[in-house]
Ligand binder design. Structure first.
Ligand SMILES: Cc1cc2nc3c(=O)[nH]c(=O)nc-3n(C[C@H](O)[C@H](O)[C@H](O)COP(=O)(O)OP(=O)(O)OC[C@H]3O[C@@H](n4cnc5c(N)ncnc54)[C@H](O)[C@@H]3O)c2cc1C
Length: 490
């Protein structure tokens, strides 16, 4: 499935041709990596970005791209786990990120459409959440208000509304960032997956299949960090959700998100000169549902029934990381070692968060004083996330055992029908077998990251690991980390 954003023309960039040295090597060319790279290059540092696929190919190119300080019921959730000062700090860092993005879009000609953001409720439980969100938003100085949201074409109780937020085309932003990086002397290499990182006297070394980049600092901007040091895979959960563009009968003049589960997101976008309705939501932990296609079908049913939408022009899905203590992780990968830095855990609010994180990381790499209590990679606040971390890691252990058990009782794999995949035992080992476009592939079912057993994703036709969210194409090559190596042929 491909998002409408990824139809936007993109420049092709060369593979890392050879060994190189620079001040900063950034791993990953999503919004996080690119904004960090641009800020570092503008500060006079030499920067190389290594991207495994193409710029924006993972979450950034498959998002809904609302750039908002009202983020569903996020402020209420942070407030439930932390003091008000932390919520304020989170909003401040996001506001700085939002302002940076606004200025960047304005200066580089990226269309940024000003819109109100609205979190709406359709149930009593949702109303309580939305009212709590409004209280916290006001307490931290956001000029939010109550709305009856009567313009929505289905029954709602009301919602919280924040004016003057904006929405963008994420790939327009990605291309403008890449051009700005180049104009400031930085280099972006695509199809250059980092397979290993090590420290040496010369600095930090990032190894790809075609060369090694040695730098003073390395920034891991791969969503789920591809380095296991720091244990971030145990501190956040990959959440996958769905999106679609449809011919509209009704079009919104604001950006909406429901307070209730399943989350339901609404905005408008443009495609081939026409306005389209963009919907999203119906998420779940990656690899932990029976049918991803079922979630997408539910999203489309809702768009047709409640929004009266017509023909579907695009469907897609993507994942982002939900941190156990609600706060993003930004800073050293390991405590006290500034050579390798990380930014992740944006909980589906990566635009303002990524730009806020980029500013903090750039300050750190240039020796400038800037701190955010809400954006640290190691902090005392994490203790508040321990109960959720235990539950999350308990679920990981359960999935690990379930996957191996199923593989061993599964017997010999049958020939899967077109578009389907199955995991079973083959010569005493778990095999992942699928048929796509008439070709049957048979690869190891064991994720090289932490040995989970992959599951078939029937919406994307991919192998997804239910432990930490690594994803693989039918032939086993890596689509998303933390894995850096493919599923080998069985
Ligand atoms: C369905 C959905 C809707 C969303 N809607 C919004 C929204 O409306 N507003 C908002 O603010 N946020 C939203 N988000 C969240 C936002 O899109 C993300 O937080 C953000 O895009 C993350 O950017 P990133 O750069 O950290 O990660 P990514 O965009 O995933 O970039 C990471 C990059 O690293 C590369 N990579 C991985 N491994 C390696 C390796 N070993 N070597 C080299 N490169 C590697 C990947 O190929 C990828 O390009 C949404 C998320 C989802 C899933």
């Amino acid at each position: 499935m491909t998002s409408l954003w990824l139809e936007h023309p993109q420049a092709a960039r060369a593979v890392l041709p050879d060994d190189a040295t620079c001040d900063i090597v950034v791993v990953g060319a999503g919004v996080t990596g690119l904004v960090t790279a641009v800020q570092a290059a503008r500060a006079g540092l030499s920067v190389i970005v290594l991207e495994a696929r193409t710029a924006g190919a993972a979450t950034t190119g498959n998002t809904t791209a609302k750039v908002s300080l009202l983020q569903g019921t996020k402020l209420r959730r942070i407030r439930r786990a932390h003091p008000l000062s932390i919520v304020r700090s989170y909003v401040d860092a996001n506001r700085r990120g939002q302002e940076w993005l606004w200025d960047f879009c304005e200066a580089s000609g990226v269309v940024a459409e000003t819109q109100a953001a609205i979190t709406y409720a359709t149930s009593a439980a949702g109303e309580a959440r939305v009212r709590a969100e409004l209280d916290v938003a006001r307490e931290v100085g956001l000029d939010a208000g109550w709305t009856d949201a009567a313009e929505l074409p289905f029954p709602v109780i009301g919602g919280v509304r924040l004016e003057d937020q904006f929405q963008i085309h994420p790939i327009e932003l990605v291309e403008a960032l890449a051009a700005d990086l180049q104009a400031n002397g930085g280099v972006l290499h695509e199809h250059s997956r980092v397979q290993d990182v090590s420290r040496s006297d010369a600095g930090v070394e990032a190894r790809t299949g075609t060369g090694t980049v040695t730098a003073r600092h390395l920034v891991v901007a791969t969503s789920m960090p591809v380095l296991d040091r720091g244990g971030f895979f145990a501190r956040q959960t990959p959440q996958r959700s769905y999106a679609a563009a449809l011919r509209p009968r009704w079009l919104p003049d604001a950006m909406y998100l429901s307070a209730e589960a399943p989350s339901r997101s609404i905005r408008r976008a443009e495609w081939q000169g026409d306005a389209v309705l963009l919907v999203g939501g119906y998420g779940h932990v990656t690899g932990r549902v029976d049918s991803e296609a079922g979630h997408l079908a539910d999203l489309l049913d809702w768009a047709h029934s409640d929004l009266g939408a017509g023909e579907v022009t695009h469907t897609w899905s993507a994942q982002d990381q939900s941190p156990v203590d609600e706060l993003p992780y930004v800073g050293p990968l390991l405590p006290g070692d500034d050579r390798v830095l990380v930014a992740t855990g944006f909980d589906k609010w990566g635009f303002t968060n990524a730009a806020g994180a980029a500013e903090l990381l750039t300050a750190r790499m240039t020796g400038r004083e800037l701190d955010s209590e809400a954006m640290r990679s190691w902090s005392p606040w994490e203790a508040t996330g321990i109960p959720r971390a235990l539950v999350a890691n308990g679920a990981v252990g359960y999935r690990m055992a379930q996957g191996w058990l199923r593989a061993y009782v599964g017997g010999q794999p049958p020939q899967p029908a077109e578009g389907t995949g199955t995991v079973a035992q083959r010569a005493g080992k778990p095999a992942a077998v699928c048929t796509v476009d008439g070709v049957t592939h048979e690869v190891s079912a064991v994720c090289p990251h932490m040995h989970g057993i992959v599951c078939w994703n029937d919406a994307e036709q991919s192998w997804d690991c239910p432990l930490h969210g690594s994803r693989f194409a039918p032939d086993g090559h890596v689509l998303e980390g933390p894995a850096t190596r493919p599923l080998p042929p069985h």
